[in-house]
Design a protein around this ligand. Sequence first.
Ligand code: ZN
Length: 124
Amino acid sequence: MIFELLGFSLQQKMVARLYLPTTLLIAAAFVVSVVGNIFYDRFMASKILSGLGEMIANGVHWLSILLLCLSVLSCGYATFRLWKWDKNEDSEICHVCGGITTVKNGRFGEYLKCFACGKIRSCY
Ligand SMILES: [Zn+2]
């Protein structure tokens, strides 16, 4: 994967994967804002569609604010998990490397996946 190409250590991979949703939400807010502005400019140039342009500008404004709020929440959650892990209070850590894990739902029920090494283990 890309982390091996960049020469990331296990801990760097874990932090990058932990903050990936935050990064994606910020990128999505940026893309929504840029694309919304392009449509707004196009619609405002037309006399017939200018009302629709106002609606799009309003929707894009609130959608990008919502995405940024979600990214703040996601960042807070990731930082909280990292803080708990650093204090050795994280209840579910990887049995191989000691990294932070996430619970996923698979074909054979719930399992833990490590953010650092990527190993999986059954919850039971
Ligand atoms: Zn691990």
